[in-house]
Design a protein around this ligand. Structure first.
Ligand code: AMP
Length: 216
């Protein structure tokens, strides 16, 4: 199975992803995570990326498309994938379609999480992430058992540098202007699954997705 998952920042994409990848035995590919890993390495490219991410802006299509192409070419994607955070605009969506067509493949579903602005803002400014395994927590909604420490790896949780109120507003605006149009694009292809992203438990969000996939 090949999925993309989209939605405004903090609509729950990263939290529901592990349930989906486990269910369909596919790989989770998050472009945001790939950029953050490059930033962590401290390379020249990483420094450039940090500036872009810290403003809440989008990385260029050229760089992002190429990074995704190289990742999808790897053997571990053969069984399918969940692309999280890509495509972010119509051009990227067309790039993905062209790539898949070239390989004789197609996208099965585009999952779109829909969430209310007040919930998104709270999730964004309250989000804390494990530096080791990437698991997300939230100081308002889903606290770890021990404050500030990941339940799974006992590592310190950190706040993403782009999770501030000011950047959250910028990212939301960019989502509405640049990314939201891809919903119509996938709707016209008949593969859009709109899902409620306001739910507290990611597992419940996953159950909605599974039900919609099975109904198709
Ligand atoms: P995310 O982890 O999906 O919230 O992405 C974090 C940041 O990475 C975004 O705000 C963008 O700056 C960048 N980013 C992630 N995916 C893309 C993409 N497909 N195109 C351009 N920029 C991206």
């Amino acid at each position: 199975m090949r999925f993309i998952i989209t939605g405004p920042p903090a609509s729950g994409k990263g939290s529901v992803a592990p349930f989906i990848t486990k269910e369909y035995n596919i790989l989770h590919i998050s472009t945001g995570q790939m950029f953050r890993e490059e930033i962590k390495k401290g390379t020249a490219l990483g420094l450039e990326l940090k500036k872009i991410l810290d403003q809440g802006h989008l990385v260029s299509d050229e760089l992002t498309d190429e990074m995704v192409r190289q990742r999808l070419n790897q053997d571990d994607c053969k069984n399918g994938f969940l692309l999280d955070g890509f495509p972010r605009n119509i051009n990227q969506a067309k790039y993905l379609d062209a790539y898949l067509e070239e390989k004789g493949l197609k996208l099965d579903f585009a999952i779109a999480l829909v969430a209310d602005k007040d919930i998104i803002i709270k999730r964004l400014i309250g989000r804390r992430v494990c530096q080791t395994c990437g698991k997300n927590y939230n100081i308002y909604f889903t606290q770890p058992k021990k404050e500030g420490v990941c339940d799974l790896c006992n590592t310190k949780l950190v706040k993403r540098s782009d999770d501030t109120l000011e950047i959250a507003e910028a990212r939301l605006q960019i989502y509405n202007e640049e990314t939201a149009p891809i919903l119509k694009y996938y709707e016209e292809k008949g593969i859009l699954l709109k899902v409620d992203g306001n739910l507290k438990e990611s597992y419940d969000t996953f159950l909605q997705i599974k039900e919609k996939v099975n109904a198709k």
